[in-house]
Design a protein around this ligand. Structure first.
Ligand code: NDP
Ligand code: 8X3
Length: 252
């Protein structure tokens, strides 16, 4: 029987690639995000390309009410999610602490931390009841290191690391796996969002080096999800060859 995976933030980047990859490897999938048109076109592509069944749910992970309504709308086989990929997230702005834009901080904290908690709170009880499931949180190298002008984003991803570890302890008695994946620089809409639509600044992030691509992370998520039942990957940190830390890059 095909397993069910729910991927948050599947309209773009890592989430989209993960949805496509999991659908090609035996999962029926629930894809979520705020942009309904992108979810619908991805659903059509995946159905045609892989034959997987796909459900789309449009909601903002920051809105607890919407999260609850969306997950409550799942019925039948879709209510029993085998794999949750907590991927929705973003960086906004890059300022030193004394010039930080409060609204940017709120967006990052509400999405990367509270959104991940809301979704996990809503989906984990059925995993507990079935004593089965796997949650993979998309963290970041910024959850292991810090860099100047990144207090709020790095703080949010350090929080994801702590939450992942605590979730693993809480869900241990039920045999539920909790893992994370911690990418370095991946070429997605991430930088365009961070620089609020400034394409030139976004392109400069990847200039002169070869970043990771969304598929690199999707394949890693598939690897983590498909280990034997007795094996749980705690975390995988993945960097481009052209990156040594959050601050060291080889540009040519
Ligand atoms: P993208 O901007 O390409 O994708 C982000 C996804 O998150 C989109 O599908 C977006 O969907 C969704 N999202 C953002 N905010 C919300 C929200 N409030 N409610 C629901 N969905 C939301 O970036 P990436 O693919 O790069 O990012 C995915 C994850 O990977 C993030 O958690 C990011 O922090 C992490 N990451 C990224 C790295 C990188 O260099 N790219 C490196 C390390 C980690 P929509 O806009 O439709 O809501
Ligand atoms: C994204 C990687 O280094 O831009 O999480 O914060 S970084």
């Amino acid at each position: 029987m095909r397993k069910i995976a729910l991927i948050t933030g599947a309209t773009s980047g890592i989430g989209k690639a993960t949805a496509e990859t999991l659908a090609s490897h035996g999962y029926d999938i629930i894809i979520t995000g705020r942009r309904t048109d992108l979810l619908n076109s991805l659903a059509e592509t995946i159905k045609n390309d892989t034959g997987a069944e796909v459900v789309t749910l449009t909601f903002d992970v920051r809105d607890l009410n919407l999260v609850e309504k969306a997950i409550d709308s799942l019925s039948g086989k879709w209510a029993d999610i085998d794999l949750l990929v907590n991927n929705a997230g973003l960086a906004v702005g890059i300022e030193p602490i004394h010039q930080g834009i409060i609204d940017d901080w709120e967006r990052m904290i509400d999405t990367n931390i509270k959104g991940l908690l809301y979704i996990s709170r809503k989906i984990s009880p059925r995993m507990v009841a079935r004593k089965s499931g796997h949650i993979i949180n998309v963290s970041s190298v910024a959850g292991h290191e810090i860099y100047p002008n990144g207090a709020a984003y790095c703080g949010s991803k350090h929080a994801v690391k702590a939450i992942t570890k605590a979730m693993r302890m809480d869900l241990l008695p039920y045999g539920i796996k909790v893992s994370s994946v911690s990418p370095g620089m991946v070429d997605t809409e991430f930088s365009l969002v961070r620089f609020k639509g400034d394409q030139v600044r976004a392109d400069n992030v990847y200039k002169g080096l070869t970043p990771l691509y969304a598929n690199d992370i999707a394949e890693t998520i598939l690897f983590i999800a498909t280990r034997p039942a007795t094996v749980n990957i705690e975390d995988m940190i993945i960097l481009p060859t052209d990156q040594a830390s959050t601050r060291d890059f080889r540009r040519r």
